[in-house]
Write a protein of this length. Sequence first.
Length: 285
Amino acid sequence: MKVFVTGGSGYIGKATIAALLRHGHVVEAVARSEQSAAAVRALGAAPVIGDLGDLSVLNAAAARAEAVVHLAQADSGEADLAAATTLQDGVGTGTYIHTGGTWIYGDTDGVVDETASWNPPAIVAWRRPVEEAVLRRARHGGRPVVVQPGLLYGGENRLIDLFYTDPGKQAGAIPYIGDGSNHWALIHIDDAAELYVAALKARAGSVYAGVGGVNPTAKEVALAVSRAAGLDGKTVSITLAQARQQMGPIADAFALDQQLTPARARTELGWAPLHTNPLAVLARG
C-alpha cells in the first residue's frame, strides 16, 4: 500500500515510517526542510517538500496515496482541522489515520476504554472538535480512524521527558506532582508505530487508545527516572502550582490520573503491545 505520512521526520514519525516499510508499504512523507528530507530519505521513504500550511501540497500527496497517517502537530486547532480536511479530501475513500491523544479523556476514575467520555484539560481541549469533525467523514464515504497515543517512552525526544526537563532536578531529585499517586497511561514508541500500521485495516469511524496496558503512578515513573539519572531513587514532591509556573498549562495534563486499556485494538486489529514493563525501560535510561 502507498502511504503518505505527515510528521515523518519527528520522534513518532521515524518509528512509524520504519514500521510501515517493515510491513512492505511504500511511503511518502512531508518534509519542511532539506534536513527533514534527508532524514526521511535515510529511513527509506520519499520526501515531499512542504509543511502543514501547504494545503495544495498535502492534498496532492494524499491523492497519490491509498492511505494517510497524520502525525504532525499543528500550531492550533484551526490549522490541524484545515490540514485534516485537506488530507481527507485528497485520499478520498482511502484510510485516513488522525493522531489524537489519551489526555482528551481527562481523569478516568479507574480503567476505561474508548467509550469513556471526553473531558480534556485546556491545553488539549482543541482536539475534541477536530477529532469529531474527522470522524464525521465516515458518514459520507470517508475512512477516518483516530489513534490516541498515551504518554510515549522509549528512544529519544519522548514527550514524557518534558516533565523532567522543564521542572528539572529539584535539589538532586526527580519531581512528581502532589503525592504522585496519579496514573500515567504509557506506550512504547515501537508499539505505537505498530498500532498505526495495524490501523490501516480499521473500520471507518474507529477510535483506538494507544496504550501499553500498564499504567504506573507518576511517583513510580519518577523513581525509575531517578535511578536512570544516577540519583539513587531520590524523588521530590512539587505542587501543581509549582509545576504550572515552570511548565505552563501542560502541567495540568501531567497531573491527570489516567488508566486505559488497549483491549479494543487487540480485539479488532490483532495488535498487542510488546513492551509491558515501562518502569524497567525508564530505569535503564
